[in-house]
Design a protein around this ligand. Structure first.
Ligand code: ADP
Length: 163
């Protein structure tokens, strides 16, 4: 069985992420989308909230499973017997960072964890979680960036922060 993991912060999940999830799910028997619990960052959504959003958004894709992890991806992958990581590439600016991480993971895992890159669909190439948060923070329209139920939760978060 061909398994892959798509790791990321997903804070929050955007249509860009969802596009990568859908395309990757067609390439593997099982795709585990795993939310990284990054202690170094202060996220807008807790890991549990991000997992819940991803579960709701992917509920119609049977071979997608949502999980979370902390620590090194190579350790998580080994424990779950996964040998492919999926990452998305938007622009050349993503490339340098992603190349370094992919090579590090390959080295750390003794060649057992490889990375497959999917290039962004053009309509989502501008999209990132931080852009979405910035637009929402200033009361802009994020309906093109995230599903409606996610937009609602982002707006609620900022309303709470302001009050
Ligand atoms: P991280 O904090 O690990 O970069 P993100 O949640 O920002 O996590 O992104 C996870 C992955 O999804 C990364 O590989 C990123 O390049 C990719 N990604 C994010 N937005 C898009 C998009 N609009 N199109 C394609 N890939 C994307």
């Amino acid at each position: 069985m061909k398994k892959a993991v798509y790791p990321g912060s997903f804070d929050p999940m955007t249509y860009g992420h969802l596009d990568i999830i859908k395309r990757a799910s067609e390439m593997f028997d099982e795709l585990v989308v795993s939310v990284l619990n990054n202690q170094g960052k202060t996220p807008l959504f807790s890991v549990e909230e991000r997992v819940k959003i991803l579960k709701e958004a992917t509920k119609d894709i049977p071979n997608v499973r949502i999980d979370s992890f902390s620590g090194l991806l190579v350790q998580y992958a080994e424990k779950n017997d996964i040998h492919v990581a999926v990452r998305g590439l938007r622009a050349i600016t993503d490339f340098e960072y992603e190349l370094q991480i992919a090579q590090t993971n390959r080295k750390l895992s003794d060649g057992k964890l490889d990375t497959v890159f999917l290039t962004t669909s053009l309509e989502y190439s501008y999209l990132s979680s931080s852009v979405v948060k910035e637009i929402a923070y200033f009361d802009g329209d994020i309906s093109q960036c995230v599903p409606d139920f996610v937009a609602k939760q982002i707006i609620e978060k900022y309303d709470k922060k302001r009050s």
